[in-house]
Design a protein around this ligand. Structure first.
Ligand SMILES: [Zn+2]
Length: 436
């Protein structure tokens, strides 16, 4: 071994050492920002009582979903047993009404009966329980009034949809499940187009968002992402609840960025920008179309099962009730009862597909708004109605959005990756929501 070799070796190690020294400040900065610790600081803004409360609200809600399905199935059975649909069908046929008119009338009666029979359960789940958890801002009268509007809309839209599906069943007895799913896709596109323009204004008042820092910020973010800014509005969601949200809807000239007044009044500028960034993600990434594609595929799967399942159920008992087959208007209670059971079975699948698009919108929003701390705090504020840190399997099966913990963790990871010299923020505790 020569001196030259030693020198070369020494130089090599010196080079490594110098390299390490040069990198050291970067490492120190990165090491100083601990994603898990920063996440824990945000999770700590919830008091143990508030956390127990939102856990109870969410877990209870899962059981209520299952119970709601069971109740719907039972009510469908009751409607079938009472035989009103068969009587109406026969009376209209005797008077020579066209089949689609008979179907429309029977469907309307069915939707009306089911909605009215479900009302007591709905009063408990959607009003009393919401109020108990401090999530309801309406009086009972106000709530009931809005339910009446919703019932009128369901009556019109529900009867029409059921009549169209029935026409498909009659026209394509073998492949109705496939064509029916296509029809559902087209109807879903139609309803998602008209809902923001014609339906939402029936429940809330929309006004232009006043000029100010928030509007300026939203316009800048929209411009950067090529979103039209002709319509930036705020609506009085506080009328119903304190929930924080926003949405971007419409196509072309009807594109509208809508903020709830809760978002405007109950969050800081960074939080509001982070939430709007998320909603812009849904718009830019075309999630309306993803949603419609998913609805179409799930409908095809559910209709396929229904086409194989329903005739057996009808043969087992409903024949004696005067129901003659799945294309019979009076078969609606059987078809709708089975569909609601199938929808519950498919819930983990539809939740997962929604959660996937929500995660993509989260990632988009972090890049668009560059407000990881605002996003983390907003995610914590949503915890009043969503269990903040569920076990992984519960999130995989029952969450249609990433959990609060997942969202905060990803925001902190984003901060570590994108904010040079990121430092931890110690957020103030959230005030407890008081139930009534
Ligand atoms: Zn979303």
């Amino acid at each position: 071994m020569t001196l030259g070799d030693d020198m070369a070796r020494a130089n090599f190690w010196v080079a490594i050492a110098v390299g390490c020294a040069a990198l050291a400040p970067t490492w120190a900065r990165a090491a100083a920002f601990d994603v898990n610790h920063a996440t824990a600081l945000y999770l700590a803004v919830l008091s143990p009582a508030a956390r127990a409360r939102s856990d109870a609200y969410f877990d209870g809600g899962l059981w209520l979903d299952a119970a709601s399905t069971l109740i719907t199935v039972l009510l469908c059975w009751v409607i079938l047993r009472v035989g009103l649909l068969v009587s109406l069908r026969d009376a209209m046929r005797r008077r020579g009404w066209r089949p689609w008119v008979v179907m429309l009338a029977v469907a309307a009666l069915f939707v009306l009966l089911l909605s009215l029979l479900q009302l007591p359960w709905s009063i408990y789940v959607d009003f009393l329980r919401e109020r108990r958890f401090g999530l309801m801002n309406q009086t009972f009268g106000g709530w009931l009034g809005q339910q009446a509007i919703a019932l009128a809309l369901t009556l019109v839209a529900g009867s029409l949809v059921l009549t169209v599906i029935n026409a498909v069943i009659r026209a394509f007895p073998r492949h109705w499940w496939l064509i029916g799913a296509g029809v559902v896709g087209v109807l879903a596109a139609f309803f998602s187009l008209i809902t923001p323009v014609f339906i939402m204004p029936l429940f809330n008042t929309y006004t232009d968002l006043a000029p100010g820092p928030l509007r300026t910020r939203i316009v800048a973010m929209a411009d950067a992402n090529h979103i039209p800014t002709n319509h930036i509005v705020v609506f009085d969601a506080s009328r119903q609840s304190d929930r924080i949200s926003a949405n971007v809807s419409g196509v072309g000239p009807t594109v509208q960025i809508s903020l709830t007044d809760n978002l405007v009044n109950r969050t800081s500028l960074p939080e509001a920008a982070a939430v709007v960034g998320h909603e812009m993600g849904h718009y830019v990434l075309g999630h309306v179309w993803t949603g419609i594609a998913v609805i179409t595929l799930l409908s095809a799967a559910q209709f396929w099962l229904l086409a194989r399942w329903a005739p057996g159920v009808l043969a087992a008992g409903a024949w004696r009730r005067g129901v003659r087959g799945i294309d019979d208007p009076a078969a609606l209670p059987v078809l709708v009862g089975l569909m609601s059971a199938l929808t519950l079975l498919f819930l983990p699948l539809s939740n997962t597909s929604t959660r996937y698009t929500e995660s993509a919108a989260d990632a988009f929003g972090l890049n668009a708004a560059r407000e990881p701390d605002g996003f983390a705090l907003a995610a914590m504020k949503l915890s009043t109605y969503r269990k903040i840190a569920p076990p992984w399997w519960e999130e995989a099966l029952f969450y249609d959005h990433p959990s609060g913990h997942t969202r905060v963790y990803r925001a902190m990871q984003w901060k570590k990756d994108h904010v040079p010299g990121a430092i931890e923020v110690v957020p103030a505790p959230l005030p407890d929501v008081k139930g009534r």
